[in-house]
Write a protein that binds this ligand. Structure first.
Ligand code: AMP
Length: 476
C-alpha cells in the first residue's frame, strides 16, 4: 500500500497530545497513504476531494484534522457535520471518531432514521460539537427546529457515490442551502461517477484531489477469484464445500443481491454449516442489525449474510473472506463489497460465484476495476446440480433483456426457446413441464381464430350487432 520511501509518523503531523495518545491506543503505528496525503491538507485549511474506499483509513484521514480543529467542547450547536448515506455508516463513524476523541471532551453524536427522534433531539439539546447524520434525519430535525446549523465550520460528505446511488442529491442541495457558506469541505468517495463529479463541483472550493488508488480499483491487499457456477443449488453446494475448511473461512461475509437470497443462504448455513450465522437486510429491524454486527465483530458469529445496502458502512476488521453469492448489478458495489476484507494492513480474499447470465456483469466489473479476476475450476467434490427450468428461464430472460437494451432491434431469443425443448414437444409455460392435453383439453392442435373468441369486447359486440342489423335491413 505504501508508496512513500520514508514513512511518516503521526507525530509528524503535529497533532495534539490527546489525539496522538488515542492514535497509539488504537494501534495505528504509521499513517496509511490516504492519511499521509489528506491530514496535512486539511490541517492547512484546504477543501479535499478524496477518492478512497472503506478500509484505507479514510475516517481518521478526515477525522484527526477535524478533531484538531473543533478541539474542545463549546456552546450548544454543532460546529462540524459529517453526512453519511446509511445509519450503519453513521454509527461506525460515530464509534471511530469517539475512539479518536477519547482524551478530549468533544461531544460527538450521530443521528439517523429507523429509530424515533425523541432521544436524538434530547441529546442535541444538551449540546453537540461534531454531528454525524444521514441526510433524511438531518433535514427532518432541522425543519422541526430541533437543530441549529448556523455554527457549522466544516462539512464532510462520506461515501458520496453511495449517496448519489441512493438518490440523496436533492436533500444534499437543500442542506447546502441552509448551512453557512464559509466553511471547509471534504468529500470522500470510493468511485468517481459523473454524478459525484458534478456534486464535487457544486460543493467544494478549489479542492485538492487525493487519490489513493485509481478510481474504482479494488483494494490492493485483497486476492480475488471467481467460480463459474451454473445455478443456485450448485452455488449452495460450493458454499457448503468451502466452509468445511473452518481454519481458512473463519469470519466470512456473504453478499446476496436480494433479501430472499440472504434469507435462504442464512437458513441453509444454519442447517448445514458449523458456526453461528446472522443475516442483515432491509427487512430486519435496526436492533437486529446492530446485534448481528456486534456479534460478528466480537467473533461470536462465523457467517454474516448481507445485502448491499444493509452492509454499507460496516467496519469489521479482519474479515477472512467476502463471498459474492450473487454478482452485484450496481458495479461499484463490487468494490465496496470486497473492501470489507483486506482492511488496513490485513490481507483478505474475495470469491465470486457467477452463473452464465452474471458472467456478463463480471466482465463489466473487470473493466471497471481494470483487473482480470482468475477463474477457478469447481472442485470435483462439489455436486453440479441440474439447472431448474425456472432458473434457466430467468437467466435467459435476463440475457435477452440486456441484449435488447444494448441493441433495440434485437427481437429476443427467449420466446422461441421457451416453447420447445425438442421438436414436437410443447412445454407448459405455467408448470415448466411437458404439455399433456387433459380430457377436457380438446382444443390441443386446433387452430384458434381469435375473432371467433367467445368473449369479445363490448365495442366488438356493438359493432357486430350493428353489422347484423344492417344486413337484416338490406335483406328486407
Ligand atoms: P476506514 O477506511 O476509515 O473505514 O478504516 C478501516 C480500518 O482501518 C479501521 O478499522 C481503522 O481502525 C483502521 N485504521 C485506520 N487507520 C489506520 C492506521 N494508520 N493503521 C492501522 N489501522 C488503521
Amino acid at each position: 500500500m505504501s508508496e512513500t520511501p520514508q514513512p511518516l509518523s503521526f507525530a509528524d503531523f503535529k497533532l495534539n497530545k490527546q489525539l496522538l495518545m488515542a492514535v497509539e491506543e488504537a494501534g495505528f503505528e504509521q499513517p496509511t497513504p490516504v492519511q499521509e496525503q489528506t491530514i496535512p491538507l486539511l490541517l492547512a485549511g484546504h477543501d479535499v476531494l478524496g477518492i478512497a474506499q472503506t478500509g484505507t483509513g479514510k475516517t481518521a484521514a478526515f477525522g484527526l484534522p477535524l478533531l484538531m480543529k473543533v478541539k474542545y467542547a463549546q456552546g450548544i450547536h454543532p460546529r462540524a457535520l459529517v453526512l453519511a448515506p446509511t445509519r450503519e455508516l453513521a454509527m461506525q463513524l460515530e464509534a471511530h471518531l469517539k475512539k479518536l476523541a477519547t482524551y478530549t471532551d468533544l461531544r460527538i453524536f450521530a443521528i439517523y432514521g429507523g429509530l424515533g427522534p425523541k432521544t436524538q433531539i434530547e441529546t442535541i439539546a444538551k449540546g453537540v460539537d461534531i454531528l454525524i447524520a444521514t441526510p433524511g434525519r438531518l433535514m427532518e430535525l432541522y425543519l422541526k427546529g430541533d437543530l441549529v446549523l448556523k455554527e457549522l465550520k466544516t462539512l464532510v460528505l462520506d461515501e458520496a457515490d453511495k449517496m448519489m446511488d441512493m438518490g440523496f442529491m436533492p436533500q444534499i442541495r437543500r442542506i447546502l442551502e441552509v448551512i453557512p457558506r464559509k466553511r471547509q469541505n471534504v468529500l470522500f468517495s470510493a468511485t468517481m461517477p459523473e454524478k459525484v463529479t458534478t456534486l464535487s463541483e457544486e460543493f467544494l472550493e478549489f479542492p485538492v484531489r487525493v487519490e489513493v488508488t485509481p478510481a474504482a480499483t479494488s483494494a490492493q491487499n485483497v486476492s480475488q477469484s471467481l467460480y463459474e457456477v451454473p445455478n443456485l443449488v450448485t452455488k449452495i453446494n460450493l458454499l457448503e464445500y468451502l466452509f468445511l475448511d473452518w481454519d481458512t473461512f473463519h469470519r466470512v461475509m456473504i453478499f446476496t443481491r436480494t433479501k430472499e437470497h440472504a434469507e435462504n443462504v442464512a437458513s441453509f448455513l444454519q442447517r448445514k454449516a458449523h458456526g453461528e450465522v446472522r443475516a442483515i437486510h432491509g427487512n430486519k429491524g435496526q436492533n437486529v442489525r446492530i446485534n448481528a454486527m456486534e456479534a460478528f465483530k466480537a467473533g461470536d458469529v462465523r457467517f454474516l449474510v448481507a445485502t448491499d445496502v444493509a452492509a454499507r458502512g460496516i467496519d469489521v476488521p479482519q474479515v477472512s473472506h467476502v463471498i459474492n453469492f450473487d454478482v452485484p448489478l450496481v458495479y461499484d458495489d463490487y468494490v465496496h463489497r470486497i473492501g470489507r476484507t483486506g482492511r488496513a494492513q490485513h490481507t483478505g480474499a474475495a470469491i465470486t460465484f457467477a452463473n452464465e447470465a452474471e458472467m456478463h456483469h463480471m466482465h463489466r466489473i473487470e473493466e471497471l476495476i481494470r483487473q482480470q479476476i482468475p477463474v477457478l475450476p469447481i472442485p470435483p467434490e462439489v455436486e453440479i446440480a441440474k439447472t431448474s427450468f425456472d432458473e434457466q428461464q430467468s437467466m435467459d430472460r435476463e440475457k435477452d433483456e440486456r441484449r435488447k437494451r444494448e441493441d433495440p432491434t434485437f427481437q429476443g431469443a427467449f420466446h422461441e426457446r421457451k416453447e420447445w425443448i425438442k421438436p414436437g414437444v410443447t412445454i407448459d409455460k405455467r408448470t415448466g413441464r411437458e404439455f399433456v392435453a387433459g380430457p377436457n383439453r380438446s382444443q390441443k392442435g386446433k387452430k384458434v381464430n381469435p375473432s371467433k373468441g367467445k368473449s369479445s369486447s363490448p365495442a366488438a359486440k356493438a359493432a357486430k350487432a350493428a353489422k347484423g342489423r344492417a344486413e337484416h335491413r338490406r335483406k328486407r
